[in-house]
Design a protein around this ligand. Sequence first.
Ligand code: KG4
Ligand code: ZN
Length: 353
Amino acid sequence: MLILGIETSCDDTASAVVRDGREILSNVVNSQVEVHAKYGGVVPELASRNHLMNMNPVMESALENAGILLGDIDGIAVTVGPGLIGSLLVGLQTAKGIAYSLGKPLAGVNHIHAHVTAIFACDAAGNDFARGASGRAPRFPYIALAVSGGHTSLYRVNSFDSMIRIGKTLDDAAGEALDKVANLLNLPYPGGVSIDRISQNGRADAVKFPRALIGSGALDFSFSGLKTAARNFLLGLDVKNAGLKPDTVADIAASFQEAVVDVLVEKTVAAAERENIEDIVIAGGVASNSRLREKMPEAAGSRRMEVHLTPLKLCTDNAAMVAALGYYRLKASDFVFDMDKVISMDARAESND
Ligand code: KG4
Ligand code: ZN
């Protein structure tokens, strides 16, 4: 079964073709980073307008790269939420138009659920992407940390149909905090990537930043206090940020990143312990962070847990993960044609995330 995936929940316009929920035949992402960079964050109105311009060319490239025609697809999967409403609408209306004109089924997919199941994808030759230390795929049920610019949540993933959120951020998402602090340090957008890069030259113990809700037993996160601590630390230095020495910037970035990573690791491992689960998956844009990819397996390994790292190209937003999960939705006949059902699926995405 060939599924065409469409993803426009935030600022990336993406389309992909995936066979049988696993094999990625194409995966095209048009990033709008340059459009939003000068604002230091995503401007929703600009995101929707750019999706409108990019959607058809991106979809055509996905079909061409997969070596198929639109008529060859067996179904369509589209992100229905959570996300920016104007952005979501572009993808959803495109998907509905194609489904209607071809008479093919359309599945609505929850963006976060797609992130936490992307780990099962393989390349067009059928080779699995790199995974945990043992090389095997994660086994249900597993604990998934979905960590991005918009979300920081822990899930108990029982199956492709059953994903229970067991922890969430009470304020900022980890990626949002990284982006904002990078902005304070005058680092280029998207900030998480800059902080990761510059931290390689910094000392992670240079500044003592707080780790919120650690050791509390709760699986919820909080990053706004940490963000304020970084801002206050910078104010205390009494230097214009532009005048900060590169070494100081690297030390602050590395220390901040360490605090974020420590919290993510502690909560994820605590979730696995509480649920008595061995397998852990990390997914979402921040899951590409090199320090997190190093520390999470270290912490889990000492507790006989195994961490499965989502491959880098499937961490940030993409439509391959949407097409892959859409396959299971379509197999379960969980598909939609009419607006009432689309709205109810939107509501479901909202209530879950
Ligand atoms: O999943 P994603 O592409 O979009 C959302 O759904 O939010 O995640 C984007 C987020 C941004 O906050 C970005 O700064 C962060 O992921 N990010 C990183 C890294 N790469 C992307 N954060 C830390 N280290 C990275 N290497
Ligand atoms: Zn995402």
